[in-house]
Each structure stands twice: as C-alpha cells, then as structure tokens.
Design a protein. Structure first.
Length: 188
C-alpha cells in the first residue's frame, strides 16, 4: 500500500516492491504474480503505469476483496453492498420455510433466526464500509424491512417504523452507528 501525490506514488510503490522482491528471493518465498492485482483508489479515470513485481506488471483492477469486503477504486462500496444483498437473499431463501408467512414458528424464534443468521450477513465489517452513501445503505434497510414484514406477516398498510419499534429492532443506520461506536471505543 502506498499513499501520496499521483506523481510520487508509483515511484514509492515500485521501490517498495523491488525491495519486497529481493526479500522474497532471499527467503525463498514464491509469489504467483499472475494472481496479484493492484487497485488505484482515485476519482481519476486513467491509471498510471502498473506497479512491477519481479519486473512483471501487476494489472490494475477496478475492485479487490479484502477480508470479505469488496473495495472498489472509488470506495463507494456499491459492489460490496450488491454482494451482501445476493448473499442475504441466498440465506433468506434457505430459511424461508422457517421464517415465511405460513411457518409454524413463533414470532420470538423467527426474530431470533433473523438476528442470528441474516443480520450478521448485513452487518459484517460495517465499521469499515458503514459510511457508504445513503442510497446504498437504504438497499440494506429495504432488505431488513421486507424480512421483518414477512416474519410478522404484516399487511401493507402497517408502517415499517412501527414494525421496527414493536420488535425492538434498530434501523440499519442505527445498528451500524452502534457497531462502529463499540468497535472504535473498544480499540483505544
């Protein structure tokens, strides 16, 4: 990782990668440069020449997955939230027989299943990406609202705000705020 002005960033990064390459050779550690990728986090449309490892260029990528979080070159987290939505819908489909409107489980256990299996999918690593644009966070809020509406078998005229209040479930925005506060205060 290298930060700085666009003129010096590539010089610094290539110097570091040259040193890293020498160290890897010295300690006989092999790195597959074909599997390496680089992301240039910027608003600019063009990328500089790619960084080099073992005198081979590392291709630029528009996004990269790091510890389960997809980082795109503009740090909008749109791709990450789309991945969350797909994963969430997959888990929800598996749990539908237990959570659906016709399921025989009590509301208490349906809510417990939601909090144990579905909400962690939404909130994983949220202190990192939780400050994404409101439109992206709203997509996750919609997922939660539709699931809670399904769990409670609420008719269309009941407001989501009332469902959240009755179930004592925070909004996604409030949940992310609480998780970020707890995370940053515990790591002092």
């Amino acid at each position: 990782m290298s930060t700085g002005t666009s003129q010096t960033i590539m010089e610094d990064l290539n110097t570091y990668l040259t040193q890293l390459g020498k160290w890897l050779i010295q300690w006989k550690i092999k790195v597959n440069t074909d599997k390496c990728q680089a992301v240039y986090f910027t608003r600019r449309r063009s990328n500089p020449n790619p960084p080099m490892l073992y005198r081979r260029p590392i291709p630029w990528s528009n996004s990269s997955k790091y510890f389960g979080v997809t980082l795109d070159k503009r740090l909008t987290y749109k791709d990450h939230i789309d991945n969350i939505r797909n994963k969430y819908n997959g888990v929800k489909a598996h749990l539908y027989p237990l959570l659906g409107r016709k399921a025989k489980l009590s509301l208490r256990y349906k809510l417990l299943l939601y909090k144990a299996f579905l909400r962690p999918v939404i909130s994983y690593a949220s202190p990192v990406w939780g400050a994404a644009a409101k439109t992206h966070i709203q997509k996750l809020e919609t997922l939660q609202n539709s699931t809670l509406r399904m769990i409670t078998d609420s008719p269309w005229f009941i407001r989501n705000k009332n469902i959240l209040h009755d179930l004592k479930v925070p909004t996604i925005k409030d949940l992310f705020s609480k998780l970020a506060t707890n995370f940053f205060l515990s790591n002092r």
